[in-house]
Design a protein around this ligand. Structure first.
Ligand code: ZN
Length: 283
């Protein structure tokens, strides 16, 4: 398998990092995880055809993780895609995709189909090819030699937000005896532990360094919202992860990013890769 980091940033626009998104390639299958800001352009930059991506897995519905979803769906369709595009995600994923196709872009979809029919290159019925599905923990995808599992993770629930109202998922991909685990946005929690056990590669959010957590907001984020350098190495060590790939990184100078890696190194002795956009990692 190969991991292709498409966007390694977070909610704050960063000129060096697009919104959270990555692809996992196995043979000729490209699975997409989250569709943050800039995802479509990043796929093109990585040389991945929009027609080849399937399925899409959404971890949760924060805008930085789905801000590029509508752009990706419509761009794939408008480039002549005929094959099914499955989109898996937590509850309300079907409703969100429905709102994009039947609400936000309803007029645009009708416009382009009319234009395509007149030009003699008809477009597919987008409602027939785009298949969103709300999923719950367990096996969510099995095709050829690929299996994808998910679990609920804690991401803001410590602030008093219930799992009923706000579901967040981590995913684990298994193929040919190898595994990749993607934390999505999460703090240290049992769901992530269960999924990441003995994984070959753990892609994990790592938003802040210790010094950034000294601010009140940073402390709150590190405790309840996103794993940061004091937690990440402990999670990876417990999981016995083969390698650790950091993503969802708040903009910071290279010197501070080096501190993040050093802080994680105190807890974890495997490979630590500080993720950058368009980096490719073989698993
Ligand atoms: Zn989030």
């Amino acid at each position: 398998m190969d991991i292709i980091l498409l966007g390694t940033g977070g909610p704050k626009p960063d000129p060096d990092r697009q919104g959270p998104s990555l692809a996992v390639r196995f043979d000729d299958t490209f699975l997409l995880f989250d569709a943050g800001r800039g995802v479509t352009t990043q796929l093109v930059r990585a040389g991945i055809s929009l027609r080849d991506v399937n399925p899409v897995f959404i971890t949760h519905h924060h805008f930085d993780h789905i801000g590029g979803l509508g752009d990706f769906i419509l761009s794939a369709w408008n480039s002549g895609r005929q094959r099914t595009l499955s989109i898996f995600g937590p509850q309300d994923t079907e409703a969100i995709v429905g709102q994009l196709l039947k609400g936000v872009y309803k007029g645009d979809i009708a416009f382009r189909r009319k234009e395509a029919a007149i030009s003699g290159v008809p477009l597919a019925d987008i409602g027939q090819i785009v298949k969103p599905k709300d999923v719950t923990p367990g096996l969510v995808f099995a095709e050829r030699r690929i299996r994808v599992f998910c679990e609920f993770v804690q991401h803001g629930h410590g602030l008093g937000i219930s799992l009923k109202d706000w579901q967040c998922l981590a995913y684990r991909i298994e193929a040919e005896g190898k595994s990749v685990t993607i934390s999505g946005d999460a703090v240290d929690c049992s769901g992530l532990d269960a999924l990441a056990r003995n994984t070959d590669a753990l892609v994990i959010c790592c938003y802040l360094s210790k010094i950034e957590m000294l601010e009140k907001e940073g402390e709150l984020i590190g405790r309840h919202i996103l794993a940061c350098s004091p937690q990440v190495g402990k999670i990876a060590a417990r999981a016995k992860a083969g390698k650790l790939i950091l993503t969802h990184i708040r903009e910071k100078p290279d010197s501070l990013m080096a501190e993040v890696v050093a802080e994680i190194r105190a807890d974890y002795d495997g490979d630590i890769i500080a993720g950058k956009d368009l980096m490719q990692i073989r698993v």
